[in-house]
Design a protein around this ligand. Sequence first.
Ligand code: KG4
Ligand code: ZN
Length: 339
Amino acid sequence: MDITILGIESSCDDTSIAIVQNRKILANVTANQKIHAEYGGVVPELASRAHQQNIIPSLDTALKRAGLELKDLDAIAFTAGPGLLGSLLVGTSLAKSLSLSLDLPLIQVNHMRAHILAHMIENDQQNTPEFPFLCLTVSGGHTQIVEVKSAQEMNLLGSTIDDAAGEAFDKAGKIMGLAYPAGPEIDRRAKLGDAHKFSFAKPKMPDLQFSFSGLKTSILYFLQKEMQKNPKFIEENLNDLCASIQKTIIDILMDKLKLASTQTGINRIAIAGGVSANSGLREALHFEAARSPWEVFIPSFEYTTDNGAMIAISGYYQYLENDFTDLGVVASARKPLQS
Ligand code: KG4
Ligand code: ZN
């Protein structure tokens, strides 16, 4: 029997609605919010207002693209956290009203687990990973290495003690005068620059822990010093700076990923989250796969940044386990990976 799930994602600044049938995506409609670029970061109040404007049109478009009606759905899955509370409430309210009015089961999805399960979406280009695999989840809010034993059982091996990897890209970009989010622009410029021109110290963190705030400070001090000598330093070296900063971040991520693989003996390696769109990181993984037993899994671009498809596919796995919730469920800004 086919199982059709609606997935609603509204945890940060993208409103996204998707429909899956089993593990196949029928529609994945995302409305991005451009408004935050003017402010150099996501403004929570503006984000929730934009979600309210975008969410119903996104739902209509998703149903149209899938060629379905609300009555064809089997369950409603939504992001219950972690994320911005005001934003989460918009998706949660829609999910609850659909569940109540259509009398459909409600499924609460953990955003970070969903980033990982995006790998299980049926895909023509690449095989889906077998369990267990390791997943490096790198986004604007999180940096985690997770041992994925099954769709249900995930073990957090390490995470950041301060900034996330995406935040490191965004904050470095902000120091250099790039618009938010700076990750994609640094990625683009890095391809045109020399990654060995400047070097930034990597943090010495034990085990599988990450730290990125020191890198931001060392970039800030380095640029302040250089700009005193030459006020055009950033402008004249922008591509090389982007390439060097990107290389430092990727080296930090790759070192820990290699350590996690050695410690667990797991060679199936996946990446997820907004930063997994980074072409330098993708290249580094392919390079490693070519000279080691690693088999790497890289999500297609549309499933790297926040998307409803990952919520819908998570909903599908939870549906199989009868993992439903009642209308009293509340969204939470903080939500551990295990919940
Ligand atoms: O997963 P995501 O869409 O939202 C969060 O849950 O945070 O990730 C957004 C983050 C931002 O920090 C953005 O700068 C970063 O992903 N990002 C990138 C690239 N594309 C998005 N970072 C580096 N290179 C990219 N190509
Ligand atoms: Zn995310």
